[in-house]
Structure formats: C-alpha cells, structure tokens
Design a protein around this ligand. Structure first.
Ligand code: GLA
Length: 430
C-alpha cells in the first residue's frame, strides 16, 4: 500500500467513525430493547397466570405423552447436543433452570459473553489495555458447570453493538481511531484473555467459541465492493469498524489469534464461524468461499454455526415453509463436506399466529427429522441450540423479539409447559 492510500484510508476511517459517533443510525433490532435482546419472555407464575395456564394446558396437553429421557439424551445417538440459550436474569429463575437442566446439555449466553458486555471502558482507560468484567458471564458458567452443561462461547468478534471506544486512542470515547496495528494488538490480547479466562476458571465448560459472527453480508449495498466473501462493510447504516480499521483480513486474523490460544490452553476447544441466513444459496456460497480461504493453509475454523431463524421476519408469510427444510439439509451437508462440524446455534421456528400452533408443532418435528436424516447420511452435525425456547404471546408487536422469534415460536409455552412442538421433537428423536 502506498502512502497516499494509507492517508486516504485513515481519513475515511476517521470520517466514518465520527459519522457513527454523531449520527448513530440504530439498526432495527436495537430500537425497542436497547442492546440487550430479550429472547425468552417466559413469566413467573401468578395466581392469574395459573388460570391462564389451566386454559393453555387444555390446548396443548396430550395425556398419553410420557417423557422417559431428556431431549439431549435422545439426541446422543445421532451425535449432537441439544441446547437452549440463557441470560443472566434467568440464572435465578427456577422455572427456567428446571427447563434447561431437564432437557439440555449445552447453553449459550444471549449477551453476556459478547465483547460489548465484557469490556470495561473505565478500567481499560486506566490500565491502557482491554480490561474485562466477567461477573455475569462467570455466573452463567458456574451454573453450567454445576449442572454438567457445556457452553458455546458466543462471541469473540461481532461488529453489531460493538463499543466504539475500543477502536479509539486511549479507549476514550472521543479519541482518534487507532491504527490497524494497534487494533490487531488489542484484538489479539482480548481474544487470548477471554478464552484463557474461561478455560482457567471453568476448565472444559466452554467447548467451542464463535470466533466471528455475521461477517458475511446479505446484499451488495452492505458488503465490501468486489469482496468474494461478501464481507460486511455496513449493517443497517452502522459501519463494521473491524473492517474499517483492520481491513478485510480481520476475520482470518481473529481466527489465527483464537487458534493460537486454544492450542495453548486446550486444543479440544472448537472454533466456529457463526451467521444467519446460512442456508440461502447466495450467502451460503459466500460462506463456503470464506471457509475455504480461512482453512487453506492450516485449519483455523472447525465449525459452522447456522443461527437458524426460520420463517418470515415479523410476519406469518414465509413461516413453516418446507422448502426451508430442504435448504437447511443441503447447507448442513455442504458445510460438513468442507470438513467442518455443523451446528444450528440460535434456532427460532417462527410463528406469529396462535391458530397455527399445531402446524408449528409438526414443522418443528420435521425440522428435527431433517437434521437427523442429514446425520444419517454422514453429515457431521453436532449441536442444535434453541433461542426462541418459550412462547411469549404478550410481547408487543414492536418488540425486537416479536419479529425475531415470533410470539408462538416455543417448544414450551410461556409457563414452561411442553407444547405439542416439544412432543413432536421428542418423537422425532426417540
Ligand atoms: C444475533 C446474535 C445473537 C443475538 C441475536 C438476537 O443472531 O448472534 O447473539 O443477539 O442476534 O437475538
């Protein structure tokens, strides 16, 4: 790169950063919940809720159903774990924990392991290094450890909601953007510290890490022009600061750092690339190219996380479409053929209409049958984690989670009672 280009690059970076600071365009999903997404709205029981529950029970129960094993035990024969996400608030909610421990052997923290949650600005300024606060994440890790549940570490590098000060001199909100070299040092340090922390404090609990999340964009107006992996340049108007400062190679760089650390602390920890819309052809093919590039010299990436939001976004049209099942199976096989483990990592089988609950139940069962048949045909499918685990019918329509998951997406109703969807899944795995 010549000097002119470097100066131009820096200027553009600065302009973009300033632009972000001043005119922060909020992506749609930030609007209602702020940065912390509520992914399960299940409620604690109240007397009135109990009456409602009695009603719900009539609608969902099949008396002849007998549970003899946990879902995760049933899935063992196919070689995959079954999981549900958890947030810090749920750690002390008995009903939630009973549900989690009653069926699942893997969990993912919804927000607490993310950089924007861990990084502490004041301490980073004081020490001149990234400093993390692990209080909430450790609480989740402790609970998982005590219950013999593994954790998907989610996520080391994600442009969304990322703290801008992390990219600025002195970690100050009004600092100038740092150079690529400084950013590389910071990121390497951050990745090394975080992986090492959990492996030291909770050995073997975090069995994989999403190293990078959502780096492949969906449309040309959001990706770096000419980039064959469709690398994300912007997201809903906010620029991808990792790309802006470190360049398109930040993805490989992050994997190299993570690989170095796991080689040192525990080589059994698997490194994943995680994204949404991974079963749609254009994005899938871009991701395949990215993985080939990441793994062309040494195997940096062990696994592909397919988030698994399935169905129309915010609307019933497009929900429970059997073509999606075919696409999911094809994608699982394609990623597996690259020598990767494949996992569904944030499943929400969307459904917005109460009247469609039975159709939704059958579709959920078919989704598991699809995954099982991919396993039987040799795919290396290793995990199925559900994000939209309970219904949340009282969620306002403008709530971020309403659109993301749908109010009737659950395997369980809002009182943690297994729905027929649960029973269909059970039967599929039995
Ligand atoms: C993405 C992220 C998740 C979560 C969801 C929204 O899929 O990977 O961590 O924030 O968005 O619920």
């Amino acid at each position: 790169m010549n000097m002119k280009k470097i100066i131009l690059g820096c200027l553009m970076g600065a302009v973009l950063l300033c632009g972000c600071a001043k005119k922060k365009v909020q992506p749609e999903w930030m609007k209602s919940e702020g940065r912390f997404n509520v992914t399960s709205g299940a409620q604690t029981k109240t007397p009135q809720a109990k009456t409602e529950q009695a009603q719900a029970t009539e609608e969902t129960a099949e008396d002849d159903f007998v549970k003899e094993a946990k879902l995760c035990e049933l899935a063992q024969k196919y070689g995959f774990k079954v999981g549900a996400c958890i947030s810090y608030n749920q750690v002390n909610q008995k009903y939630y924990i009973d549900m989690l421990t009653g069926d699942f052997n893997t969990t993912t923290a919804t927000n607490e392991f993310k950089a924007y949650s861990l990084l502490n600005q004041a301490k980073s300024i004081a020490e001149g290094l990234p400093v993390m606060n692990y209080t909430q994440a450790d609480r989740i890790a402790k609970l998982a450890k005590e219950n013999g549940i593994g954790i998907r570490g989610h996520v080391l590098v994600w442009d969304a909601y990322m703290s801008e000060w992390f990219f600025r001199e002195g970690f100050k909100s009004d600092g100038l953007p740092v150079s690529k070299e400084v950013m590389q040092e910071r990121l390497e340090y951050y990745i090394d510290q975080v992986i090492t922390h959990f492996e030291t404090e909770f050995p073997g609990v975090v069995y994989c890490w999403d190293v990078v999340n959502e780096a492949v964009a969906d449309s040309a107006d959001e990706w770096v022009e000419g980039n064959e992996f469709h690398l994300r340049r912007t997201r809903g108007g906010s620029i991808n600061l990792f790309n802006a400062i470190m360049g398109a190679d930040y993805v490989k760089f992050a994997f190299q750092c993570a690989r170095k650390t796991v080689n040192r602390v525990n080589p059994d920890i698997k490194l994943f690339y995680n994204d949404y819309n991974t079963f749609y052809q254009d994005k899938r093919d871009a991701i395949v190219k990215l993985i080939k590039y990441l793994n062309n010299e040494e195997k940096l990436c062990d696994g592909l996380g397919m988030q698994g939001y399935i169905g129309g976004y915010g609307q019933q049209a497009g929900c429970m479409n059997s073509n999606d099942l075919a696409l999911i199976k094809t994608a699982i096989k394609m990623y597996s053929d690259l020598g990767l483990e494949v996992q569904l990592t944030e499943v929400a089988v969307r459904n917005y209409e109460k009247e469609q609950i039975e159709k939704h139940a059958r579709f959920y069962g078919e989704l598991f049958c699809t995954v099982i048949s991919a396993c039987q045909e040799g795919a290396n499918f290793t995990g199925f984690t559900i994000w939209g685990i309970t219904d949340n019918p009282n969620m306002p329509k403008n709530d971020y989670s309403y659109k993301m998951n749908g109010p009737y997406c659950g395997l369980f109703d809002q009182y943690y009672k297994p729905k027929n969807a649960y029973k269909e899944v059970y039967k599929a795995l039995e």
